[in-house]
Write a protein that binds this ligand. Structure first.
Ligand code: GLY
Ligand code: MN
Ligand code: MN
Length: 439
């Protein structure tokens, strides 16, 4: 696996270049990024888990350092102001170490306000990217639109360092997916499968990029089912797991679906979606409009439903009437990186502007033309969602559906298959499949 360490210097160079242009766009001199603060729970002395400002972790793989700051002034070395409090109640962050340390001027502070004299002289000349709670003296996050737009747009193009970390995240997540499948086949509950996943990855809810979706039977029809039932159903027929991992601040987001009875028709439906999904992944190529991939996915999935005698109409008719959307009611995928649903999926340019979704597809999160360096998920699904099927009946499309076939599949809930794919100058680079194949 690629070691990110030797790639970091180039990554930082790219970030400094981008920051320089972003500051020019904003007419400002310094980029200032607070890591964030702990947020107290209401009427309580406990805090929510700390999640670092994504603008901060873009620069450094530091995820657990509240009240720290990055300062970058073009022409100078970037500065890290690092809070290492005197504290015997909580573990204190280790002194900075790792491949990136040599690239920063590091200032250790012991209390949050000690950052103030280390920040640039004039707060009015700074782009301060953060949450309002990070305000320190005159340094109130202002998030200038021109600066944020530029940085977010260019974050879509992953550096080799970022891709290396994303590959690491895949390795971790696949380890968890293997353990989870084994737990499912042994008859475990959703909660027990979740625990097996976390143990195998070595991460829990505070580390993972999103809450694990671990669903058995009908629960597979709930797109974001995160309840984690404590008792295993009898029998356990189907298992949908959408679970990721974090590596240095970068997310994996992987979904697989399994059937207990591998000779069943539901297994055949899984296999059909799986085959189709691999084709969709191969279609991730520079110059391709992601909106077209999404529309093509509707046609492909409706074709599968027709092959399985669930739909009685052509894929084209199912797409035009909205019938396909009752079975595939989410977007084909989204950009991914520092955030599981990464920024700038709709960005028309680094000056702003928005590329709208196609009419009738309100949940698509990516409307851009693919370019080398972008990483997107490809996650087609087919579900048997009572609420949406009832709507279909009510909308006059009942005749498009073979309802006895729906009844046969309803106890399995649904299917989703999700990989990450890197767009290159040539063929699509599926970050997920080779890791499963090697596991
Ligand atoms: N796990 C959320 C998603 O797939 O987008
Ligand atoms: Mn997912
Ligand atoms: Mn996803």
């Amino acid at each position: 696996m690629t070691d990110p360490a030797p790639l970091y210097a180039d990554h930082l160079r790219v970030l400094m270049q981008r920051a320089g242009t972003a500051l020019e766009r904003g007419g400002l001199d310094h980029l200032v990024i607070p890591s964030g603060t702990q947020h107290a729970k209401l009427f309580d002395d406990q805090a929510y888990p700390f999640f670092v400002n994504p603008q901060f972790k873009a620069w450094l793989p530091l995820l657990r350092v509240p009240h720290s700051w990055i300062v970058y002034t073009p022409g100078q070395r970037p500065k890290l102001i690092f809070l290492q409090p005197f504290d015997y109640w909580h573990a204190v962050p280790d002194a900075p170490s790792g491949w990136w340390v040599a690239h920063f001027d590091i200032h250790i502070i012991r209390t949050p306000d000690q950052a103030l004299p280390l920040l640039p002289g004039d707060a009015a000349r700074c782009a301060i990217l953060g949450e309002p709670q990070s305000t320190l003296g005159a340094f109130a996050p202002n998030n200038p639109e021109a600066v944020v737009q530029y940085l977010e747009y260019h974050r879509s193009y992953k550096t080799p360092y970022e891709v290396a970390l994303m590959r690491q995240a895949q390795q971790l997540a696949v380890r968890g997916h293997r353990a989870a499948e084994a737990a499912f086949r042994a008859g475990a509950s959703e909660f027990a499968i979740h625990m097996a996943y976390c143990a195998a990855v070595g991460q829990d809810a505070n580390d993972l990029p999103y809450g694990n979706i671990i669903a058995l039977n009908e629960h597979c029809a709930v797109l974001h089912y995160t309840e984690l039932g404590r008792t295993a159903p009898a029998p356990s027929r189907s298992f949908l797991i959408d679970a990721g991992a974090d590596a240095g601040g970068y997310a994996a987001d992987i979904t697989r679906t399994y059937a207990t009875d591998t000779g069943s028709e539901f297994q055949a439906l899984i296999d059909a979606v799986d085959q189709a999904q691999q084709g969709m992944c191969r279609a991730v190529r520079a110059g391709t409009d992601y909106r077209q991939l999404h529309i093509d996915a509707h046609l492909t999935l409706a074709g599968i439903l027709r092959d399985f005698d669930v739909l009685k109409v052509s894929p084209e008719a199912a797409l035009a009437s909205g019938v396909s959307a009752a079975f595939f009611p989410h977007g084909l995928g989204h950009p991914i990186g520092l955030q599981v649903h990464d920024v700038a999926g709709f960005a028309a340019s680094d000056h702003g502007g928005r590329i709208e979704r196609p009419q009738g597809h309100p949940y698509l999160r990516m409307t851009r033309v693919l370019e080398p360096g972008m990483v997107v998920t490809i996650e087609p699904g087919l579900y048997f969602v009572d609420m949406l099927l009832e709507e279909l009946r009510g909308n006059g499309h009942a005749d498009a559906v073979n309802w006895s076939r729906v009844d046969a599949f309803r106890p399995y809930g649904g299917i989703r298959i999700e990989d990450e794919v890197l767009c290159t100058e040539g063929e699509a680079d599926n970050l997920t499949r080779p890791v499963f194949a090697a596991a």
